[in-house]
Design a protein. Structure first.
Length: 328
């Protein structure tokens, strides 16, 4: 992917980009919410029904990358929180900081559901008819609680994470990385009592039917009038402890950060070039399209991380003096 901002008019930002199939796209992105207001290209049919499946995914990659580029280079809120790699990384840092008691308070129902698979305990969550424990995707929304002090501290944490993003070194120990970055906010009062999390939702059950259609049985939602900052998407396993569940939740979020980059056609930062299940829709695409690899498989042998398609400044965040509008 290669892209330039061509200008701003009223509520839209113009983007000209060349996709990974060498097709030029011209897009207008609404700066308030990332809606694509106009999109022209001459490499694929205009009617999505007339495109190949691969052609549709190349068009979708271009749209995802355009939204990301406006966010990264102009500072507008063009990414939904659950598709924003920076925001998901924040949630991963928060989860890594939470004490065992707080993790149990927020995610105890999920732990009981998984733990019951190896015991005679009743599962607290009833699955939809025809959906097995093994094929269900367990989801839970996370609403972070960030005041001015913690927001400033998170900026330092993310800068540390960004510092290794451009590294040419191999995949890093991401859990150790989060622990090191979290030192910046470790002395803030009330971290251990869960004040960095406003609320979590009940557990959602997500699954595919035989036709590949997505369905969701929604859990209870807190009375918070904003979108969640992240959404856990995890398959069942048998954690030996709450600590092990916490580590798996953190890893899932880091894999989601990876997915944000891969599904817009560029390499993820080296710190999150890890394997495992992240976003369920991304895992489906990896399994379906030949130009993706099986990043969801912890044992996969990956040949391509999209380095050749990644701009040198892909991970650079716009400075406060340059940005017309700061989102975080």
């Amino acid at each position: 992917m290669r892209a330039v901002v061509t200008g701003e008019v009223e509520n839209r930002v113009g983007i000209n980009l060349l996709d990974n199939n060498s097709v030029e796209h011209v897009l207008d992105v609404k700066r308030e919410d990332g809606k694509i207001l106009a999109h022209q290209q001459d490499g694929y049919p205009d009617d999505p029904d007339e495109r190949t499946e691969a052609g549709n995914e190349h068009v979708n990659q271009a749209r995802r990358f355009a939204r990301y580029w406006v966010y990264r280079k102009r500072g507008y809120d063009t990414l939904k929180p659950v598709q924003n790699p920076d925001q998901i990384a924040q949630a991963a840092v928060v989860l890594r900081l939470l004490s065992v008691d707080v993790v149990e308070r927020f995610f105890g129902e999920l732990y009981q559901q998984f733990h019951a698979a190896s015991t005679d305990d009743d599962r607290p969550i009833t699955l939809p008819d025809g959906v097995s424990h093994q094929e269900a995707v367990y989801q839970q929304d996370i609403y972070l609680g960030l005041d001015d002090q913690t927001s400033e501290a998170y900026e330092a944490v993310l800068e540390k994470l960004q510092g290794v993003y451009g590294s040419t070194a191999g995949p890093l120990d991401t859990i150790a990385l989060l622990e090191a970055a979290a030192v910046d906010i470790g002395d803030i009062p009330s971290v251990e009592d869960g004040a960095l999390v406003d609320a979590v939702s009940g557990v959602h059950i997500h699954w595919d039917d035989v036709l590949g259609q997505y369905h969701t049985q929604w859990g209870d939602q807190p009375t918070i009038e904003r979108d969640p900052d992240a959404r856990i998407e995890i398959f069942a396993f048998e954690p030996e402890s709450i600590q092990e569940l916490r580590e798996q939740l953190v890893r899932n979020l880091l894999c989601q950060v990876r997915d944000c980059y891969l599904t817009m056609g560029i390499a993820p930062p080296s710190a999150v070039r890890i394997l495992g299940h992240g976003r369920h829709d991304a895992s489906t695409w990896y399994n379906h399209y030949d130009f993706y690899e099986e990043y969801f498989d912890p044992n996969a042998d990956i040949d391509m991380w999209y380095e050749a398609h990644t701009p040198e400044d892909a991970y650079e965040r716009i400075s406060e003096t340059e940005a017309p509008h700061q989102t975080h």
